[in-house]
Ligand binder design. Structure first.
Ligand SMILES: NC(=O)C1=CN([C@@H]2O[C@H](COP(=O)(O)OP(=O)(O)OC[C@H]3O[C@@H](n4cnc5c(N)ncnc54)[C@H](O)[C@@H]3O)[C@@H](O)[C@H]2O)C=CC1
Ligand SMILES: O=C(CO)COP(=O)(O)O
Length: 329
């Protein structure tokens, strides 16, 4: 094995899980967190008690609060912060790395841009970029349970080198060059997972959930195609794979947040109860912004966004969707 130095920027559950995976397969990993107290705790406990308390760090995983050192020493830099912090992290990088990869799912809230566009603006359009997406709950990856992900990149050599880092035993990595499609899937599945949670929280059945997933997938594909994505991406791991995972399994924070809303818990209380990032709450308005800009009809996302803006109740979401005029599939 060719040992590499890898910096993971963001010490939440997903950044930590991928750091554990990479260290377990033999790489040297620096896990950067922005909260020095949290980094000190991880260093003392040799684990991340806040997010993955029952998993010990391998020897080659070192927590660090020193951002510049992490970038300086890394052969590979992988960003793992929530989408609202992505632009801030990109702007903090002083020394241009040989390429960037990221685990973040979402759209930049300030500019309404895809994260790949932010990276291109800062480092140039041909700068090697890689996006790791698909159905991958942090805890399962950290426990080495079988998982398959999508790796999207604009540079096939760089992409293969990232695959070599990640692809191991129980983690299979599938390649694509559809950066737009993969990012649209990752942002919209979170919004739809909130919708499925709401439906289950209201006590609706399996029929309603299957309808939301299927018609939601159609919305995802419509917006993706309008932005230049390829249709097959929506039937892949980043599309239907991650959509089914997050809409149906209670490990999903987005789904659990929706469940609480469906049970009449307020948006603020629900977010507090989850206590971790709920990307769909922020990305619903970005998705609707893009839909409007590109004249794409996305009724499910629009209704969920209206609810998240406090304009309608969970029950009204369903009433509004069911009372739409009949149409062809
Ligand atoms: N947890 C999971 O299973 C998966 C998560 N993702 C995506 O990965 C991204 C990160 O999610 P998680 O790690 O799960 O979230 P998390 O809620 O577990 O942790 C988020 C981390 O980001 C840190 N953070 C917040 N603002 C920051 C800032 N301005 N600068 C630096 N760090 C900041 C927080 O302190 C926290 O450590 C999200 O986009 C999520 O959708 C993707 C696949 C799986
Ligand atoms: O993206 C994820 C799994 O692929 C995690 O989903 P949640 O953010 O809803 O927990």
């Amino acid at each position: 094995m060719n040992q590499k130095n890898i910096a993971i920027l963001g010490a939440g559950s997903w950044g930590t899980a991928v750091a554990i995976h990479l260290a377990k397969v033999g790489h040297r990993v620096l896990l950067w967190g922005h909260d020095p107290q949290h980094v000190a705790l991880m260093t003392e406990k040799k684990a991340n008690p806040r997010y993955l308390p029952d998993i010990d760090f391998p020897e080659t995983l070192e927590p660090s609060a020193d951002f510049d050192r992490c970038i300086e020493e890394a052969h590979y830099v992988i960003i793992a912060v929530p989408s609202h912090a992505f632009a801030e992290i990109i702007n903090k990088i002083k020394k241009t790395p040989q390429g960037l990869a990221w685990l973040t799912k979402g759209i930049d809230p300030q500019s309404h841009q895809l994260l790949s566009d932010l990276v291109s603006q800062t480092f140039g359009s041909t700068f090697p970029k890689a996006i790791i997406s698909g159905p991958s709950f942090a805890k399962e990856v950290a426990h080495f349970l079988p998982t398959a992900v999508t790796l999207a990149s604009n540079d096939s050599e760089y992409q293969k080198s990232i695959r070599e880092l990640l692809h191991h035993d129980n983690l299979r990595v599938y390649l694509t060059d559809d950066l737009i499609g993969v990012q649209i899937c990752g942002a919209i599945k979170n919004v739809l997972a909130i919708g499925c949670g709401i439906s289950d929280g209201l006590g609706y059945g399996a029929n309603a959930k299957a309808a939301l997933i299927t018609r939601g997938l159609a919305e995802m594909e419509r917006l993706g195609l309008a932005l230049g994505a390829r249709a097959e991406t929506f039937l892949g791991l980043a599309g239907v794979g991650d959509l089914v995972l997050t809409c149906t399994d209670d490990q999903s924070r987005n789904r659990r947040f929706g469940l609480l809303l469906g049970q009449n818990i307020s948006i603020n209380d629900a977010e507090q109860q989850i206590g971790q990032v709920v990307e769909g709450k922020y990305n619903a308005s970005q998705v609707c912004f893009l839909a409007k800009q590109h004249h794409v009809e996305m009724p499910i996302c629009e209704q969920i966004n209206a609810l998240l803006q406090g304009k309608i109740s969970p029950k009204q979401v369903v009433q509004n969707l069911m009372s739409r005029p009949p149409k062809e599939e």
